[in-house]
Design a protein around this ligand. Sequence first.
Ligand code: ZN
Ligand code: ZN
Ligand code: FE
Length: 750
Amino acid sequence: MKRLAVEVRGIVQGVGFRPFAARRAMALGLAGFVRNTPSGVELECEGPAEACGALVRALQEDPPPGAVLFSVQARELPPRGETGFRILTSGQGAAEAAVSPDLGICPDCARELFDPADRRYRYPFINCTACGPRFTILEKIPYDRANTTMAGFQMCPQCAAEYADPFSRRFHAQPDACAVCGPRLTYVEGGAGTCGDVIGRFQRAILAGGVVAVKGLGGYHLACSAQNPAAVRRLREAKHRYAKPLAVMAPDLAAARALCLVSPEEEAELLSPRRPIVLLKKREHCAVAPEVAPGNGRLGVMLPYTPLHLLLLEHMPPLVKTSANLSDAPMPYRDEDLSRVLELCGAAVTHNRPILRRMDDSVCVFAAGQRRLFRRARGFAPAPVPVRTGGAAQAPQLLAFGAQLKNTFCLMKDGRAYLSGHMGDLDDEETLRFFRRELPAFLALFGAAPEVLVSDLHPDYASTRLAQRYAAEHPGTRLLAVQHHQAHFASVLAEQGLEAAAGFIFDGAGYGTDGTSWGGELLAGTAARPRRLGRLRPLRLPGGDAAVREPWRAALCAVADACGSEKALSLFAGQDGAEPLLRLAARGVCAPLSTGMGRLFDVFAAVAGLPPRVSFEGQDAMALEQAFDDTAGGSYGFDVVSGPGGLLEFDWREAVRCAVADRERGEGPGVISARFHRAAAGLVRAAARECPDLPVVLSGGVFQNLRLLESCLSLLEQDGRKAYANSLVPSDDGGICYGQAAAAAALLKE
Ligand code: ZN
Ligand code: ZN
Ligand code: FE
């Protein structure tokens, strides 16, 4: 006889871990108990030594699908002669256990949903310990029903019996409910709501070409048929979103396959409990309206992730699903937001289970053999990301505030970073309000009291000011600022566990240590103190931020720099005000310098003849990537020369001259795109030779360009270099907070 006390840490609450452990223990004939603790799950078991060992192995090797184990530690206790195995109520104390992300509907619940004999047949809120809402309904820890937005729903006797039965899939499933006792759907149209035939009304409206809002896990979406061009246009007009690609929800995997090519790893990701949007390669005859993702070779596809979605999409075409907001605003998620949502469309499918926090859909793509996240939110947040650089495991609790755009923040403790969902652009007042509300709520969920705060170096980022204010309000905390591209750099080092590297950080903009805008940098060294070895030849951005929306402005100056003013003015003769702009820029008036590679992509896009004005940052760069003509040979080239201050300068002037000559010869964007992409990858290869002994890391938003990413990685590998890019956090500013935390931890270690 033996008695073991076992402590399990990780995401083990709200994923059915206790019933799983109890069932295994009982099957092995063991006595004892299991309970949630502030740090995870604690279990004691008593019985034959062999059975005790088998239970510990089962916990480690075969945990339930939503569980993520950090550690399993067992120690021996004297046996007490206990009989029976019990599940005890939660222990009290400071909360430290990791919170589970929301989990997409599991196969068992999906089967019951469509089983006429099941008592939850067609009940849109069916869930169990393996699936359902988690983070989006959780107010505070421990994860008990009373602490979720399900608190207001009193369980019926049948649900209560399942909840209490250790052998039920719904044992302690906090959001458990049924049609008798749980949340209900309402169809709202023309100021009136009805509970009758909500699914049917939705489907008829969609098939008639309508746009209908749907309350999902993390907010309101707009939906319309992806096959109806007029409906898609209406949806775009409602959102004032005219250019950005839209994502599609396919009814099932077969429907996704009919639209796009799906590799085995893409299939696994689509079906995983995370259910992100996966950017798949479109089939040649992809049966969605061209308006969904115009001019794009890929289509963002996701599968239904709630029972409600399964019902809404049954026997339906693929639907466009996009957040129910005006173009740049955050997604509405509270019930009081419904009236605003209804201003965008005529009708909504809603329900009475409140959403506690906004959570956008996650977006990923598979490139160069790995999953790359473009947006890390639903299904991922707030699961931890390991920080594998030196100093992280010993660092005090750290809170990193992220960047201005695509903001996320993160808490780092015990070598793990807990990232918030996608907050969005802090230029937006409403996003800022959400940030202020969410930050303390998030810290409370983790029982955190950060000692070190980390911000960007940019004095005008809202996130920087929030960090400063937090520091002022919490005496005893220490505030560190980490340069933007150092954070991008550190993010790859921390993912890969590299102590030092050479890093190409190709980005839109970030505040440099010299106060100018950076973004085409070669950094080398450790996460704590990388040296800036090289940078792009600075570009003039006439009108500053206006140049981001009007790529022709930067192109005008770049062409003038490379070929002279006359050539520049003749190339952009069609643009109003080109001449005065150029004259002012020549004197440095209203034309800040930038070394941003994102801006250089804009320049080549404009030279290639792509639209001189865009509606979102990087639109032209994206169009340039899409224009890439595989059949076009040749490459432009960068000159790597020594510039001021001992920096290498990546001089693009010869490349611009060649591109202008190509344009004048009548070559289209496809050829210019191919030759410029090859030049940029060639630059990385050549400049990497300056640091022959270091592994190479690639980060920054520009590396969401898959052409560039894949060709850089493959050229570096051809040269026998070890090369890495982000895969656990986005390479754009959505991953900045993680890099800030890693860089700060490395600095503190020194
Ligand atoms: Zn389930
Ligand atoms: Zn019930
Ligand atoms: Fe950035």
